[in-house]
Design a protein around this ligand. Sequence first.
Ligand code: SAM
Ligand code: SF4
Length: 362
Amino acid sequence: MKHDFSLILEKASRAPKSLDEEELAALLACGDGSEEEKALFEAAYKIKVFQVERNISVRGLIEAGNICQKDCYYCGIRKSNSSVERYSLSKEKIVALAKQAKDIGFASIVIQSGEIESGKHTDFIEEVLREIAPLELGVTLSLGEQSCETLRRWREAGAARYLLRIETSNKKLYSKLHPSDHSWERRVEVLKDLGDLGYQVGTGVMIGLPGQTLNDLARDILFFGSCDADMIGMGPWIPHKDAPLKGEFDKFHALKLGLKMIAATRLYLHDINIAASTALEALAANGRALGILAGANVIMPNITDEQYKKAYNLYDGKPGVCESALAARNLLDKKLGEIGEKILYAQRGDSLHYAKKSCCNK
Ligand code: SAM
Ligand code: SF4
């Protein structure tokens, strides 16, 4: 059956979770630069404005280390890439960056790194969290799969949110992107643990992966709903010269598909936080502003020092590696001002979806 595009948009705008897989796939199938695409972005942006007005929440991104025990085939800092200069920030450095974030008006930070599962690492992150707790920042962790006990300790030490992308909801595709000891099921379990522990749960996927279909992406969006995600951080897959995953890649199409995923996700899940990812900015100078106009409401400027940003190289062409935190903030202010949006300084920007859930559970 051929779907009427404008009817799908109307239905999705009236109520969240009202579309099925085929309808979501139909939204994603609109042509790059077409009238339908324009209508898709406008409908999603309208919902974003209804939910949070023309405001953007920011999180200062700290890339705490690029040492990783995993070997994901797409990632530039995977364990087997011997050409990476490995680093790990000290506790003092992470705390100093958190203070700097607060000083420039960011009330939230994200601490991200390669995946390390060890008692020593659990203790280290716990200490970091306890030291930054007095700053009263909204802290997101993105440190990969961890045991329930580790996640519980980090939650108690002050982490409020956790971002763990499922990467793809298609198990078969997942197995082609990872070595056989990387388990899709474990990732789902960890997402469940995060919810049970009271974290604001963030997940997401890579978009435009070799072998991925529009129906896979539509099912990704249904997956976000079924795991009751509070926030989504997703972005286009971008090849890395040293990573084994190779495939067709067209910058313009990758950007467009990334934007369509943001829009379709906003139309399906009205009240969640959706980040306009850095990967969008790697594909176009105004990529994140375009992400906002397609329905995203969160931006995560990188506040890590230049020397480390370069070594945290997930994909080729990472943007902003030579910017200071303040310069990144000022540039963002300018770019967002140009589209009539403003950064919510000194506000954590918690997920509305999470707030509603917590309220209902009281
Ligand atoms: N190690 C943790 C993890 O994997 O959850 C957190 C850091 S990891 C670098 C963050 C995200 O980077 C991954 O979830 C993955 O989606 C993304 N990423 C890695 N390589 C990428 C690539 N080539 N293109 C786009 N995104 C990529
Ligand atoms: Fe490690 Fe994350 Fe990269 Fe996978 S995506 S290799 S877990 S840093």
